[in-house]
Design a protein around this ligand. Structure first.
Ligand SMILES: NC(=O)c1ccc[n+]([C@@H]2O[C@H](COP(=O)([O-])OP(=O)(O)OC[C@H]3O[C@@H](n4cnc5c(N)ncnc54)[C@H](O)[C@@H]3O)[C@@H](O)[C@H]2O)c1
Length: 266
């Protein structure tokens, strides 16, 4: 996909990886809708982008992605405001092992919902121009994470859902490519959640073990994850892929054995 003048919707865009995604998309000439629960940080991010780019190229929409109506409204607003939708990045996520149901709700259910709503606005069967959806999982979507079992389950769900719906998209000719990004640890505020009982619940006593894992794996800069996003968006051959981003191997793809009837490139 040639990115200039494309319209992208990014969830969780007020800070961290989502903000880095928005920055990279704006640098490529996209128009970007920034969705986030945190209205204060969202407005701050929009102001910061307005100092670098034409203010018309971004819109901030306060939105809790776990609220079905609010999420649908936000997509509608973006479509009306910019006149189309080309790219959806389902990025918003939390780490909460105490109120673990919200982790499934935000990290998995809302990603599924964001994908299905995105398809309605982009698939060619609806008279739309096609597009790309990128769902943010984690390396914890491919391997166990001892002190974050529910986070790990939510991210495994994102990987399985995204690979599967990408196959449907290819078979049914939606004109929409759908891929997953699985980063290792990234330097964002979510990492601070490992210190807090309200996030870690029964596992809060294991923060030193998690810090040791961070030392072992290293901590990535969000700009590298944004580089991975741009690679997926620009390479029209990628559908159903699982991009891994780690300190020792950088941006690379997870290998899977071919499955029968597979139509996507791995
Ligand atoms: N930082 C890491 O180490 C890491 C590693 C792998 C994957 N990820 C994933 O990357 C994504 C982005 O995380 P991050 O590291 O930038 O964290 P972050 O905490 O810096 O940013 C997450 C953003 O999502 C927003 N958000 C949370 N719940 C929301 C909701 N219900 N509705 C709308 N917005 C909501 C937050 O307000 C925040 O702005 C998440 O899906 C996370 O699981 C992070």
């Amino acid at each position: 996909m040639h990115l200039k003048d494309k319209v992208a919707l990014v969830t969780g865009a007020a800070q961290g990886i989502g903000k880095a995604f928005a920055q990279a998309l704006l640098e490529k000439g996209c128009k970007v809708a920034l969705l986030d629960l945190n209205a204060e940080l969202g407005k701050e991010s929009k102001d910061a982008f307005d100092n670098q780019f034409d203010a018309q190229r971004t819109i901030f929409i306060p939105c809790d992605v776990s609220n079905e109506e609010k999420l649908k409204d936000a997509f509608k607003k973006v479509d009306i405001h910019f006149g189309k939708l080309d790219i959806v990045v389902n990025n918003a996520g939390v780490n909460n092992e105490k109120n673990w149901e919200i982790t499934i709700q935000i990290n998995l259910i809302s990603v599924i919902r964001g994908t299905y709503i995105g398809l309605e606005y982009m698939k060619t069967q609806n008279g739309r121009n096609g597009g790309v959806i990128v769902n943010v999982a984690s390396l914890a979507g491919l391997m166990p994470a001892a002190f974050q079992p529910v986070y790990c389950a939510s991210k495994h769900g994102v990987v399985g859902f995204t690979r599967s719906v990408a196959m449907v998209a290819a078979i049914a000719n939606y004109g929409v490519r759908i891929n997953t990004i699985c980063p290792a640890f990234v330097n964002t505020s979510i990492l601070q959640s490992i210190e807090k009982e309200e996030n870690m619940g029964p596992y809060v006593g294991y923060k030193e073990e998690i810090k040791d894992m961070m030392k072992f794996y290293g901590v990535l800069d969000p700009t590298l994850i944004a580089k991975g996003l741009i690679q997926i968006l620009e390479d029209d051959s990628l559908n159903g892929t699982v991009m891994k981003i780690t300190t020792n191997q950088g941006i690379h793809f997870h290998d899977y054995n071919p499955v029968p009837f597979q139509t996507e490139k791995q």
